[in-house]
Design a protein around this ligand. Structure first.
Ligand SMILES: NC(=O)c1ccc[n+]([C@@H]2O[C@H](COP(=O)([O-])OP(=O)(O)OC[C@H]3O[C@@H](n4cnc5c(N)ncnc54)[C@H](O)[C@@H]3O)[C@@H](O)[C@H]2O)c1
Length: 307
């Protein structure tokens, strides 16, 4: 399986490349970036680890060399300028994203290629990509609340001093302000989290707020998220590569799940060789369901303002 990381010279893209290299499941990682020198440098540095890590071929490339890509991972993005509004940043990123989609289309891509969107605003860009590419159903998806969910589970585990891999808890909805925690199905080692000592309602609120604010916290401390987002990108790619059929909170076009249509956001989604296989409408508490619908409405409003 060949992946091309567009924006692969940046922090998220290069960290994702490293996570994929450590996984050893993809055959080729092509690093593509507007800054070609940076792309060459990251590819070279990663390739130097091949002898120790995996036989993955890693190289810098261009759209012409990307034509045989199985999964395009798009991590190219811009950061907010001082005094710039969120919507202005959204529109600058949308315009950059449209150029990238045009470049993929004009160079050509496989009929069964997949587009995996990571750049923000991820749900909006996933929506635009779903409409733009003439690809089989399920072949366009975004990282959605994968990173938020990983942060949430890891923070719960840290608070309770239990194994993070045994904490099962989801964040759904928008990868943004209207995301919601799903406590109704949260569990630890298969047992309900609700009665767990140390998880009273006030701690639950704090844990969710910390997870939701983690992006800003990491930006403040080190400039931007990288390692954890790279790990969650690899988790999605590995689910495709091995047809694992994991149920993951990726973002994709909804067609009625939880009563939501024509909006990309995160619900429990089965991911395998053909990308998004199914959305699972697992029972939520009424207040969670309402929050999910509010999240869909928030995205709908943003979409209307995107130029
Ligand atoms: N979905 C998520 O959970 C999540 C998490 C973290 C970051 N992000 C997003 O990922 C994106 C990248 O973040 P980062 O920290 O890696 O930024 P970064 O500035 O480190 O990297 C961005 C890279 O994109 C490249 N680039 C810019 N325009 C390009 C173009 N037209 N074609 C190809 N490459 C281009 C830049 O040269 C740069 O190397 C941002 O949009 C960020 O908000 C998403």
């Amino acid at each position: 399986m060949k992946v091309t990381i567009i924006g692969g010279g940046g922090r998220v893209g290069s960290n994702a490349a490293f996570a994929l290299q450590c996984g050893g499941l993809v055959s080729d990682i092509q690093i593509l970036d507007a800054n070609s020198e940076l792309a060459e440098g990251e590819a070279l540095d990663l390739m130097h680890g091949a002898a120790t890590l995996a036989d993955t071929r890693i190289y810098a490339g261009d759209y012409g060399r990307a034509k045989d890509t199985d999964i395009f991972i798009i991590t190219a993005g811009l950061r907010r300028k001082p005094d710039e509004s969120r919507l202005d940043l959204i529109n600058r990123n949308v315009s950059l994203f449209r150029q990238i989609m045009d470049s993929i289309k004009s160079a050509g891509y496989k009929r069964d290629a997949q587009i995996f969107v990571v750049s923000n605003p991820v749900d909006i860009l996933t929506h635009l990509a779903t409409d733009f590419f003439d690809l089989p159903k399920g072949h366009v998806y975004g990282l959605g609340t994968m990173l938020d969910t990983s942060r949430f589970r890891s923070l719960i585990a840290e608070k309770l001093n239990v194994s993070a891999r045994q904490v099962s808890a989801l964040i759904l909805g928008e990868h943004g302000d209207s995301m919601l925690p799903v406590w109704s199905s949260a569990s630890i080692a298969g047992l309900p989290a609700s009665g767990y000592k140390g998880l009273d309602p006030s701690s639950q609120r704090q844990l969710f707020e910390r997870a939701k604010g983690s992006g800003a916290e990491v930006i403040r401390r080190k400039g931007g998220a990288g390692w954890a987002v790279g790990a969650t990108i690899a988790d999605v790619v590995h689910s495709v590569a091995l047809n694992k059929r994991q149920v993951l909170p990726v973002s994709s076009m909804l067609e009625g799940c939880y009563g939501i249509r024509n909006i990309c956001l995160s619900v429990p989604t089965e991911v395998g060789r053909s990308g998004v296989i199914a959305h699972h409408q697992i029972e939520l508490w009424p207040k969670e369901q309402q929050a999910l619908q509010a999240s869909a409405r928030a995205l709908q409003a943003t979409l209307k303002n995107v130029s």
